[in-house]
Design a protein around this ligand. Sequence first.
Ligand SMILES: Cc1cc2nc3c(=O)[nH]c(=O)nc-3n(C[C@H](O)[C@H](O)[C@H](O)COP(=O)(O)OP(=O)(O)OC[C@H]3O[C@@H](n4cnc5c(N)ncnc54)[C@H](O)[C@@H]3O)c2cc1C
Length: 387
Amino acid sequence: MCAVMENNFEATRASGLSRLAAFAPHAGRDYSNNRNTDPGPGGGRTTSVLSPYLRRRLIVEHEAVAWADRAHGQQTAEKYVQEVFWRTYFKGHLETRPFLWTDYQRLAAEGHAQMRTNAGLRLAYEQATTGRTGIECLDDWALELTTENWLHNHTRMWFASIWIFTLRLPWALGADFFMRHLLDGDPASNTLSWRWVAGLHTRGKHYVARAENIRRYTDGRYNPAKLDEDPMPLDEPPVAGPVSIKPADKLPKGDAALLLHLDDLYPESLPLGSAKITRIGGLLAHADGAVERVRQFDRDAMADALSRASAHFGCEAALVAPGWSADLPVVAAYAPVGPSASALPKVAGVCRDWDTETWPHSKNGFFKVKTAIPRILARHPEWLSGD
Ligand SMILES: Cc1cc2nc3c(=O)[nH]c(=O)nc-3n(C[C@H](O)[C@H](O)[C@H](O)COP(=O)(O)OP(=O)(O)OC[C@H]3O[C@@H](n4cnc5c(N)ncnc54)[C@H](O)[C@@H]3O)c2cc1C
């Protein structure tokens, strides 16, 4: 158990790096043995709690992998490294199926509209989101989510499963509840994990929360009665096949403006070719309905990135105002499906090798990514050496 990993998140790269350094000694056997246990708030953490930082790339994936690898070697750190790749897998999967994001947004909007006329649905939703269902664990987790703005992975799985299969609430309303409150709310990981629990991501294979499993992995804190432990998976009409990821843009040579957004806040490490950054802007595109704590984290993270970028590139950096770059070509880190991508003007997108190496394996299940990990890492020794 790792006592340093409590949830007083500071939205800076320095804070992400110090969390990573404190967690690294636990990224080997401790992690693989204990990561499924949720000791609850104040009980120490069994996982890295780095997701708010990785979500915005205040720290990048290969840094997390390198720290784990240096502390334990690839074999012992394997489980942790695989979990980091789950994030990239989901990103790549949604990139090739962007309609899953717009479908989710439509379903969530329809769910909210239905609640205006359907009093039963509205009451059930209010009870589930304010901790008044009478299912003690779910009620505690709803309050934990809305006060701590973070939940353990296993708890997210149980929560989503009880929401869908015991309470019979629409999955997209649950995913939307998570997106509003999670500090790490991510279009890919959140939408696809909810779909996975429902049995829509891997058709017909749903995740069923069981009282015995909850009792075991909450150290006996909960033993819920009344769960539906024998539900059918959800179903939907067949979804379309994957679309191709658009090829990398050509980067401008010479003077250019750099536009930062919330999907990549480590501009010092972007492969910018021969573009010479002479101006920097920041674009804040929060998740729809995100609560104030999440928005504040976004703002602080952006302020931290703008200040680092200004020092690194030696030019001014501020949130964008209209016309901020009318006289310069603009480059930005590639924005994957989500609010930043929807808000960005036309810019040259800079892809990171981490994504271009992994996304081609992410079209179907995780297995292909998992088996490709050693090859991907071997092709980039600079990631593990930290160069
Ligand atoms: C219903 C549901 C909703 C989820 N919503 C989100 C979300 O909005 N944003 C988000 O980042 N993760 C989401 N996850 C995945 C996972 O729960 C979190 O990434 C993880 O709990 C973050 O905690 P950690 O940083 O301590 O993870 P660790 O176990 O320490 O893992 C290290 C990093 O690997 C990545 N990771 C680990 N597990 C997963 C996973 N199963 N899927 C994708 N990436 C993973 C994260 O970036 C994480 O920070 C969701 C999972 C479920 C079941």
